[in-house]
Design a protein around this ligand. Sequence first.
Ligand SMILES: [Zn+2]
Length: 166
Amino acid sequence: MNYCDKYNQKTLVLSHFDIIMSQRYNLIKCSCGFSFGSTKSKNNFCTKCGSVSNLKYVKSFENAEELSKAISLANIPDEISQELISKILKKESRSSIAKENNNNVLGGLNLLKKATDKDGNLTKKSLDKILFDEALVDSSSEFLIGQAEVQGFLIRVNENTWNWLS
Ligand SMILES: [Zn+2]
């Protein structure tokens, strides 16, 4: 009896772990031409035009950071993508510095949540207002959003707007 209880418990923990580990970061392209990210394999909708059909699964990524980069690259015209790729590669060499700043991000997440509207959209402008209201003028909205993006909390959906990754 005791053995069974223990065994079941262990199985539950393991399967929960498996669920987390099997979560995929999918790049999905809509027929309107817009690419977006999702961790769900179904019930997706285009974050630009709202379409739920004609969505094409493109590729899965190991983590939100990889997915975020792929979305950015997928949504820019070909002619400037090469320039952007070289910029991203340069930025990556500085990512060890970004990791040291992880702790600052957790405090910043509450501010980011506050700056998110009821539709789940976060903009730099709304965050600037929160920072001003909270008298946190020393904090940079670019930095907070950028760090949350790297950590996989946020996904950029267009030039000025971010969504929380579900
Ligand atoms: Zn669309």
